[in-house]
Design a binder for this molecule. Structure first.
Ligand SMILES: [Zn+2]
Length: 166
């Protein structure tokens, strides 16, 4: 069984996931741990949520100019969301503006998963690359960051395997 969303995790972990899938336990595990769905289903609501987290955790960073779900953005091994930086000449000065796009699959997802994705993209406002400082920032904003990222990847795996009805 190919676990495309879980590349980079060690063999022991992957074997554990395969055993869980084989005995039909993956979807029940996720449903029990993460019941329900977040309410931020429109771009406007998503923008409000991102701004709330930014104000709470990254007060000194400028507000994100554009925030939206992108149905064309397929959640993959590398990209669960996307941050963009744009430089524009504005009033004779070079101005940078940032944007966050979230893969459409997270429009209907547990709140914890959306938060993990948003935290990741917000951390890119400070650190463009996945450096140690970047991961420290993610954990500072969300203490369970690494567990949540793993569970997001389990959730994407379960969806790919058709374990959920939706
Ligand atoms: Zn990233």
């Amino acid at each position: 069984m190919e676990l495309t969303y879980l590349q980079g995790y060690d063999d022991e972990t992957l074997d554990g996931v395969r055993r869980l899938v084989e005995r039909g336990g993956l979807a029940p595990y996720l449903a029990a741990k993460y019941p329900g769905c977040h309410p931020h289903t429109t771009n406007t609501l998503l923008r409000g949520y991102v701004e709330e987290l930014r104000r709470r955790h990254l007060k000194t960073a400028p507000a994100v100019a554009r925030v939206e779900y992108d149905e064309r953005l397929v959640a993959g091994e590398a990209a669960l969301g996307l941050h963009t930086f744009e430089s524009r000449v504005h009033g004779g000065r070079l101005r940078a503006s940032s944007g966050i796009r979230i893969a459409g699959v997270f429009r209907r997802a547990p709140l914890e998963f959306l938060r993990m994705i948003v935290v990741h993209e917000l951390a890119h406002l400070r650190e463009r690359e996945h450096t140690k400082a970047f991961w420290r920032l993610c954990v500072a904003m969300e203490a369970d960051y690494h567990q949540l990222e793993f569970d997001v990847r389990l959730w994407l795996t379960a969806r790919e395997l058709g374990e959920f009805q939706s």
